[in-house]
Design a protein around this ligand. Structure first.
Ligand code: DAH
Length: 342
């Protein structure tokens, strides 16, 4: 019996190895487990054995039966895999000569690149990066910045209202007051973020864009400091040859207020289409923080003074990279997005 079992085990292994289809496997099943199969024969042989030999033989046969069942299952799984591979090859969907699938590394969006660059220039000058909410109260967006309800300049900051007292912030300036409430002077903060205005979308307008706000408060701060910081900044961002000029302007939250121009980065001040022949490009608004704004931030305006500025990121990115349509920033076209940064 023992020898018989050993011989059958070898035969079984050879049969399984050869089997290359479901039909072949079924043939094996019948050969070994069928009504007239080997296992049945073995049990019949067992009947002829003595009472002492029977249990041992029974165990051996059952073990063999299990071996057949396991072997069939395993071979079926192997065949399944092989067939799949074969049909892939046949259909031509798996060509081992093709280059492998490449995992592309992501890149930073040009807006992120410009925010990062501006942020690190100001961090070098001792500023800390602070963020504020995009859903803002009317108080921080307007009142605290010296723009009362009836103030005509409120129209210049055309605004999305969410309800009677909440807006989508129309500029990053509200974070000035939030920062002053939290931090004691001397303070230097830089606030990048999204802002919203109900503007019709065209090549230079969008209902959402990015700004960066700067605020410095300390004792004895004057326009000279503002001019110094912003001139250094403009040279670092646009190149050493860049000059800045300050033009008087009006903002409710600064007094005096200025608009800052830099020499046109395309024509170096000679005059071209982009700077409309003037040689200068306006890049930001700035001024000395209005005493009322300092007081809204719980800062003693008789002891401290400060400067603030606000700049549109898209505009800087468009100038820096020569982009002519603001909408390109938001279309998520990878052919566009991939062109910037390292
Ligand atoms: N908040 C202004 C705007 O959105 C920009 C601005 C002007 C910010 C002057 C300032 C500033 O901090 O001092 O148009």
């Amino acid at each position: 019996m023992k020898q018989k079992l050993e011989a059958l085990e070898l035969e079984l292994r050879a049969d399984l190895k050869k089997a290359d289809s479901r039909d072949a496997l079924e043939g094996i099943r019948i050969k070994y487990l069928g009504r007239k199969g080997h296992v049945m024969d073995l049990f019949q042989d067992m009947g002829k054995l003595s009472a002492e030999e029977k249990p041992k033989a029974g165990k051996g046969i059952n073990r063999f039966k299990q071996l057949v069942q396991d072997g069939l299952k395993q071979r079926q799984v192997e065949l399944g895999k092989l067939t799949k591979q074969k049909s892939l090859n046949k259909a031509g969907t798996f060509d081992i000569t093709l280059p492998s699938v490449r995992r592309e590394l992501g890149r930073l969006h040009p807006i992120t690149l410009v925010i990062d660059e501006i942020s690190s220039l100001f961090v070098e000058m001792g500023f800390q990066i602070v963020e504020g909410p995009e859903i803002e109260t009317e108080y921080y967006n307007f009142e605290a910045l010296n723009i009362p309800l009836e103030h005509p300049s409120r129209e210049a900051f055309d605004t999305f209202y969410l309800d009677a007292s909440h807006v989508l912030r129309s500029h990053t300036s509200p974070v000035q007051v939030r920062a002053m409430e939290k931090l004691k002077p001397p303070l230097r903060v830089l606030v990048p973020g999204k802002v919203y205005r109900p503007d019709a979308v065209d090549a230079s307008h969008s209902f959402m864009f990015h700004q960066v706000e700067g605020l410095l408060v300390d004792e004895n701060i004057s326009m000279a400091h503002l001019k110094g910081f912003l001139s250094v900044f403009a040279r670092k961002l646009f190149g050493e040859q860049t000059l800045s000029r300050f033009r008087p302007h009006f903002f409710p939250f600064t007094e005096p207020s200025v608009e800052v121009d830099v020499t046109c980065i395309l024509c170096q001040g000679k005059g071209c289409r982009v700077c409309k022949g003037s040689g200068w490009l306006e890049i930001l608004g700035a001024g000395m923080v209005h005493p009322r704004v300092l007081e809204a931030g719980k800062i003693d305006s008789s002891k401290y003074s400060g400067f603030a500025f606000g700049m549109g990121i898209e505009r800087v990115a468009m100038l820096k990279y020569g982009i002519e349509d603001i909408r390109l920033f938001y279309e998520n076209d990878l052919k566009f997005n991939r062109q910037f940064g390292g």
